[in-house]
Unconditional design. Sequence first.
Lengths: 306, 253
Amino acid sequence: MGSGDDIVISVEGLRKSYGGFEAVRGVDFEVKRGHVLALLGPNGAGKTTTVEILEGYRKRDAGSVCVLGRDPSHRDKELRSRVGIVLQECAVDQYLTVTEAITQRAGLYRTPRPVGEVVSLVGLGAKGDARIKTLSGGQQRRLDLGLALVGDPELIFLDEPTTGFDPSARRESWDLVRGLCAEGRTVVLTTHYMDEAQALADQVTVIAAGKVVASGTPDTLGGRDQGETTVRFLLPDGVGVGDLPLPAGLHPEVRCGAVEVCLPDATDLLHDLTGWALARGQALEGLTVKRPSLEDVYLALTGGDP
Amino acid sequence: MNDLQVALHQVGYEQKSYWRNPMAAVFTFMFPVVFLLVVGTSAGSSKIPGSTLHYNQYLVVAMLVFGLIAACYTNLGVTLCIRRDQGVLKRMRGTPIATVSYFGGIIGSILVNVVLLTVLVVAIGMVGYDLHFPFHPFAAVVTLLVGVVTFCALGLAVTVIISNGEAAPAVINGIYFPVVFISGVFYPISDSSVLSKIANYFPVRHMVKALVGAFEPGPGSGLQGRDLLVMLLWAAGGLVFAVRRFRWEPRHR
């Protein structure tokens, strides 16, 4: 088959209203096999509705949606057996153990992954016999992931999968997601953590007020690669701003003894500055060079609410 | 695996979960047993007017009904409301399990509990209160099965009117206890009384009468057709209401 085979999800002109409120107002995007799509957007922007339509929980009002070549609104067994879903709440019978819950889930699929393998994949090897209600929040989230993976899905929906994780658990989860993609699985991720989107996503789509406001790779989203660079350093003792070797036309800001300069390309400026400092035998303390972060771009796109 | 095999697979996990949650078994097993041991002993063995059963023997049958309703209506209703609130039901909808298999697993587990309860309560009655093995065993089995169907259907239906899991036990027992009280579960109620006329609109009294009928000696099959019919009407109504209005997801996110 043609290149269409590599498109796992395609959404065109998707619309959905609740009562009189139009939550999704014409959303389009595509996801390729083996890619991670990060859906970003403020609460209430329509991203959960969009994802739940893809998962088959909601019916759309208009537009076309194709998931693994099928229409998710038909809720057919075949599609559900190829998709893994991690919802926000940890939602399993609290009285079962980790291994029991995953074995129970495995029993619902034709070709499940081995239970022991899944338990250790999500880092719960030591907790296999623990009752679910005794797990910490982070451990329950990992169990969630294990439950979604045991059916050996081609497509995985992760709804804020690392909320409440400590930093090292988050890194482990990121590695796990990267591993899933390396195996050719496709991931749709919703998150409020911009560093998570930056670390994992091949493609970022920002939804605000029911529409896609920007779409691109994490490095180019919203013209991020063309945004201004900010150079910042502490003003050396005994030096005035006027003494600095700054190109004409730049207007440095001085705040709390730190100089901040914004410009499209900092290459020349950095060369001049560091040369000047070296010649004086003085260090440029606190020197940082920053491009707009994904978060800066996101906040500008969505009007401030992460 | 076909849908039936998946349902049977679920029964085992439902049983594990049931017995690990000490609260669930209290109403179904402990209450009838303790009630029988305490009240049954002190109730004495005076005959009930118009029946061949003694008072304490009647209580055995009535407590079996009480436990069965707790196992079906109360347990199913509370369990489903809590699982709906926690998102367990929503998550199940995201897996390839068929709806009939999921409910089949839960109701299969309830059936296991009802069998255990029946053996336990009837054994207490036979050993402690000279209760005779049901004179019409077939009628007893049919009545118990109709009871499971009816009170499971009502357990499904009651979830529709409950908005959150924390309120579930209060609402479910708040409906159940008044009806049980006027239906002659704790003491026999005369057919001519006002209470029994009200109770006749509800399925509980009919369940008690149908099961008592199966225990009492007499000609015929022992099947109490009219009582069973009223129960089945409630079952059908409950089922239609539940199928139309059942919610898989919590009301508020």
